[in-house]
Design a protein around this ligand. Structure first.
Ligand code: PYC
Length: 332
């Protein structure tokens, strides 16, 4: 029996996929996107699994549903879906969703050039530029981001002792800088990122807990960010973000870049007003900026912005038929 038919606009943001699902939205319970995210996870996670995992998706697949606004003044809400779950916030996902939705006439901004979007982690402000019907640049003023744990350490089999910080930029990141047992990303292959990230994440999650000060549903180190010297002109730093069970973000990672700026700010290496150009594993760039500081409860945080671009690459009609043994995907 066909469980669902999903029309999708497929795009990529600086190389990483964004599948904007434009039909088949389940009705979600809750008064904000944090509550709706939890309801989706409880009752409709099969939709995410079907649309993200192989054979309809792949390890890096990432996507979104647009919903009506939850808070007054907002233009719309976003629910993020990904191989790793339903993220509280996704930067590359927002850039791709906004680009695809505006180009396809699925979003009508109250103020041209600006959108207020409700996401599970809070509210983000988006400014975008267009040339004709094409969206050429999207900048997100992201949720408050902060350094959660400084100088954490775990033993990683095959590497030895690894020191890292944990920072929040919409998700919690273990951020690893070059050190005796990690020579820097420029000396590593993608295979090494894929081999050591799950080991570091598991050890870090067992040793350290982190909970968002205002939303306890956002909890735990979900992503690992390895850092190093950039290769592309104009970049300040490079990173590779590992997520899910076997994905390296092809974009510079919006929430990862926000977390990195929060870490660098807290360590005195960035100040308010500074920009930070971050490069991905394929050399694509996001332009970040420390816009302001704020308090998250009693925690000092920054308001970061990140800017990048996305392209629409196709239109997809995906069937989920439960007679198919792989209707809900698989991972290798
Ligand atoms: O851009 O925030 C991001 C992101 C999270 C996971 C993959 N990309």
């Amino acid at each position: 029996m066909i469980k669902g038919t999903y029309f999708c606009v497929d795009a990529h943001t600086c190389g990483n996929p964004v599948r904007l699902v434009t039909s088949g939205h389940p009705e979600l319970r809750g008064s904000n996107m944090s509550e709706k995210r939890l309801d989706f996870i409880e009752r409709f996670d099969w939709i995410r699994q079907a649309l993200m995992f192989e054979p309809r998706g792949h390890a890096m697949m990432s996507g979104a549903f647009l919903y009506p606004p939850c808070s007054e003044g907002s233009d719309a809400s976003i629910l993020f879906i990904e191989t790793s779950g339903c993220l509280p916030m996704c930067g590359h996902g927002t850039i791709g969703t906004v680009t695809a939705a505006l180009e396809q006439g699925l979003l009508q901004p109250k103020v041209p050039g600006r959108l207020l979007l409700d996401v599970p982690a809070g509210q983000v402000e988006v400014r975008y530029q267009q040339q004709g019907n094409k969206v050429t640049r999207v900048q997100i003023r992201n949720v408050a981001s902060y350094l959660a744990i400084q100088d954490a350490e775990v033993e990683v089999s095959g590497l030895g002792r690894i020191r890292f910080d944990v920072a929040y930029g919409g998700n919690f990141y273990a951020i690893v800088e070059p050190q005796p047992n990690f020579p820097g990303l420029e000396h590593w292959s993608a295979a090494e990122v894929l081999r050591f990230s799950p080991l570091l994440r598991a050890a870090a999650a067992a040793a350290y807990d982190c909970v968002h000060p205002l939303d306890p549903s956002i909890r735990g180190i979900s992503h690992v960010q390895w850092t190093g010297r950039p290769k592309t002109a104009g970049s300040d730093a490079a990173n590779a973000v590992f997520y899910g069970e076997g994905a390296i973000d092809r974009s510079p990672c919006g929430t990862g870049t926000s977390a990195r700026m929060a870490q660098l700010y807290a360590r005195g290496k960035l100040a308010v007003g500074d920009s930070f150009v971050h490069e991905s594993i394929i050399g694509s760039q996001f332009v970040g900026k420390v816009e302001a500081t704020t308090m998250l409860g009693s925690t000092e945080a920054i308001i970061p912005s990140i800017a990048g671009w996305a392209r629409v690459i196709g239109f997809n009609q995906i069937l989920v038929d439960d007679a198919d043994p792989y209707a809900f995907g698989f991972e290798v």
